[in-house]
Design a binder for this molecule. Structure first.
Ligand SMILES: Cc1cc2nc3c(=O)[nH]c(=O)nc-3n(C[C@H](O)[C@H](O)[C@H](O)COP(=O)(O)O)c2cc1C
Length: 462
């Protein structure tokens, strides 16, 4: 067992990764005693989670979100309702906002998809929360890949994969214009003696007219501490790596091995200069699950205890949902054509080492989306995290896949060991989340494409 000396390793980012749903990733978790005691629709649950992770010096809470049911299973959504797997699903931004006042340091990350809020509205929501939190907001830009999400949001059907990603161009142009271009940094004067709150000559309409959106502006929020929320994207396909290389500050991934992650990090770093950015400008954060025990035997026992509640069907349901295919009609080992699956591609791309794969069995599909938990002592878990760090991963999303009780275990048992090795922070650095992660100030650097909108507008409001 490796037990390195104190503070010998670079520090990593640790987020608690969750979703406002009773069984996140594993069907049946809502039935566990701790799932029963901490229902996801109770404010107390989220207050407890926030308190626990901030006391342990996690970097942030990240809340995933979706806008629809996953693909049916066996022709219906009965399995989704019974297992409460990603359904029901509450709004991530509301919970992030609710925790703003009871936290001081952690970043509050939320997913909002490109078909969710109108970009004018998303810009104002994020700016308001960034103001209230002193610059701790992070936004996960996702295209959405669920048929039902699109049918819930005015579409007759889900657009093609490429069309879904292409929506990012105009959406981000609008929000970046509002955040970076609509108000000059010193537009807010707050001069009580002269009776001038803001200088109208430094506030601009953006007059955006595009195929999807028309936004006159100005941005209704004054510049917030970060101006632009910290930007996450998520995914592992070549297309999602391009989205990350162009816009993200951190990419959320779910690869199966450190070797797969190292490949993605290298591909991402190679793409960044194409967008005028530098290798390292996008941190890569790997999702992992953990079951901790003070001894290996205890950890294994706890894992077995959990597995008693987990319905293995749930993983086939969920992975079919991600792929956009109903896997309920096939035997587990039946080879099926996945070449036209309308949903995610990344799980069968670089992540699985099977790029271009056209067939798979439901069992293989389920395995490709499942990251088996690391089960062990705090030292064993820290050793595993070291391997991910050595692969070039900058942070870990500690998944709640074993429900929130495992945030407490990780916070109390694993974080001290990580701190001892220098991998987790001892104190929170001052400043915004962006300051904490990059240490280069609260705003996006000039080489980020959003910076191009600074000073880009001239139609002032006064
Ligand atoms: C760690 C991780 C977190 C994600 N979180 C969300 C989310 O909260 N909401 C969502 O709609 N999609 C989420 N996604 C899905 C991605 O945004 C993307 O749609 C998916 O990976 C399929 O795209 P790809 O095949 O191009 O990689 C997540 C993906 C990963 C790997």
């Amino acid at each position: 067992m490796v037990t390195t000396g104190a503070a010998s390793r670079p520090r990593m980012i640790f987020n608690a990764f969750t979703q406002i749903t009773p069984s996140h990733h594993y069907e049946g978790l809502w039935r566990t005693p701790w799932g029963q005691a901490s229902p996801i629709d109770s404010m107390q649950t989220w207050l407890d989670v926030a308190k626990t992770i901030e006391a342990a010096k996690f970097d942030g809470l990240f809340i995933a979100d979706g806008l629809g049911l996953m693909a049916p299973f066996g022709g219906s959504h009965r399995a989704h309702a019974e297992g409460a797997n990603n359904f029901p699903n509450g709004d991530a931004l509301i919970v992030a906002a609710a925790l703003a006042g009871v936290t001081e340091h952690i970043s509050l990350g939320f997913t909002s998809s490109l078909i969710q809020a109108h970009p004018f509205e998303l810009a104002r929501l994020a700016s308001t929360l960034d103001q209230l939190t002193g610059g701790r907001v992070a936004w996960n830009i996702v295209p959405s890949g669920l048929e039902n999400s699109f049918r819930n949001m005015n579409f007759d059907q889900m657009p093609t994969y490429e069309e879904r990603y292409a929506r990012a161009d105009e959406y981000l142009k609008v929000v970046f214009s509002l955040w970076e271009g609509s108000w000059e940094m010193d537009a807010v004067v707050r001069d009580a003696a002269r009776g001038i709150y803001a200088d109208a000559s430094k506030i601009y309409r953006i007059n955006h007219r595009g195929p999807l959106y028309s936004v006159q502006g100005p941005h209704l929020s004054a510049p917030s501490p970060q101006r632009v929320p910290f930007l996450y994207t998520a995914g592992m396909s070549p297309r999602s790596l391009r989205l990350a290389a162009q816009h993200a500050e951190a990419l959320l991934i779910m690869t199966r091995t450190p070797e797969d992650a190292a490949q993605l990090v290298a591909q991402l770093d190679a793409l960044l200069p194409e967008y005028g950015r530098r290798p390292g400008d996008v941190k890569v954060i790997q999702l992992l699950r953990f079951v901790v025990g003070s001894t290996e035997a205890e950890a294994k026992r706890r894992h077995e205890e959990i597995l008693e509640y987990v319905n293995p069907r749930g993983h086939v349901v969920e992975s079919g949902g991600i792929l956009g295919m109903d896997l309920g009609y096939y035997d587990l080992d039946e080879e099926i054509d996945i070449s036209h699956a309308p949903g995610a591609k990344g799980i069968f791309g670089a992540a699985s080492g099977a790029e271009g794969r056209t067939t798979a069995t439901p069992r293989q599909i389920a395995a490709a989306t499942d990251i088996p938990p690391t089960v062990g002592t705090p030292e064993q878990i820290a050793d595993v995290i070291e391997r991910w760090q050595d692969a070039g991963v900058s942070g870990i999303n500690v998944a709640d896949a074993m429900f929130h009780r495992y945030f407490t275990d990780f916070a109390e048992q694993v974080m001290p060991e990580l701190r001892r090795r220098g991998m987790a922070q001892r104190e929170y650095a001052p400043g915004t989340f962006r300051d904490k992660v990059f240490g280069e100030g609260p705003h996006l650097p000039d080489r980020h494409p959003a910076a191009a909108y600074r000073g880009a507008f001239t139609d002032s409001i006064g």
